[in-house]
Design a protein around this ligand. Structure first.
Ligand code: R5P
Length: 286
């Protein structure tokens, strides 16, 4: 190390690994990211259209800036030759059979995350639940380890089965707490009105999940369009992509909004054009 370096630069040098991992996921060309969420099985089991994860993931991965999975799916269903950065889900401990999903602990170690060469680790925090403290302590511990090894930590502001919690007041609180405890990145939900308040109160980049499948493609594109135009750096989306009958067309249309500033109307055009091609994809982005 050059000890004559000003403090700030040497700090950045120490953070090189962490910054490099982040920039593989949040593309420097646009400052945005399309993350593909396929980690649902950790509490939902073989979710509809994710029964065979490799079959679901393989056609979509060329269009994703990151792939979110558990280590079991990574080891068994993801080809190590694929070049997509991985966000490793490292929290769990409850299943869909229980009423309260918030009782989570860390389920994979930082050592394993590094061995798996992932670009970030992710865990859920459950603000306002019985296990709020435990999940925040999990986050703090993970951030300490992440800082030590240059591994970004994504906090997910989970709501369990209480989907009605997804309003600006709750999400602002949850996202801000995640950032205060040290998350480098936060995944939350889009909400109306006032999503910009959620963004403004959170000093680290935010991505939005899609939640359960929406009625129409245009509803999904509107959600993505509004989220990025109100300050999210992108999406970490699952069911609204791979539960659609044309998942590749969906992810391509979402990419157009996130990376090319397409409007909802333009995204529908991309979707219609791509879905006509069927499941056989011809052009893969660099
Ligand atoms: C929950 O299983 C995970 O955090 C998902 O990755 C997250 O909810 C995003 O997936 P979806 O867009 O299907 O909600």
């Amino acid at each position: 190390m050059n000890w004559n370096m000003p403090h700030k630069e040497s700090h950045y040098q120490q953070q090189w690994g962490l910054r490099n991992r982040l920039s593989r996921m949040i593309r420097p060309e646009t400052g945005r990211s399309v993350m593909l969420a396929c980690d649902h099985g950790y509490f939902m089991g073989p979710t509809t259209r994710l029964e065979n994860p490799r079959k679901t993931i393989e056609p979509l991965v060329p269009y994703a800036n990151a792939l979110a999975v558990t280590r079991g799916i990574l080891r068994n269903c993801v080809d190590p030759n694929w070049d997509t950065p991985v966000i490793l889900r490292v929290s769990g401990g409850s299943s869909i059979l229980r009423e309260d999903l918030s009782d989570e602990e860390l389920t994979a170690s930082m050592k394993d995350a590094i061995r798996l060469n992932v670009s970030a680790v992710a865990l859920s925090i459950f603000i306002g639940t019985q296990h709020e403290k435990q999940t925040l302590v999990n986050l703090g511990r993970l951030v300490d380890e992440g800082e030590e090894f240059g591994m970004p930590v994504m906090a997910i502001t989970a709501v369990g089965k209480e989907l009605e919690k997804r309003d600006a007041k709750y999400l602002s609180l949850a996202c801000r707490i995640a950032a205060e405890v040290g998350a480098h990145l936060v995944k939350t939900y889009y909400c109306e009105p006032d999503f910009s308040k959620v963004v403004n109160g959170c000093p680290v980049p935010l991505v939005v999940a899609g939640g359960p499948k929406l009625k129409t493609e245009s509803d999904v594109f509107e959600l993505v369009y509004n989220a990025v135009n109100e300050g999210a750096v992108g999406v970490d989306m699952g069911r609204n992509i791979w539960q659609n009958d044309h998942p590749v067309a969906m992810i391509k249309a979402i990419r157009a909004i996130v990376h090319e500033d397409a409007t909802v109307k333009e995204a529908i055009e991309v979707f219609n054009q791509e879905s006509r091609k069927g499941m056989v994809e011809t052009s893969i982005p660099a």
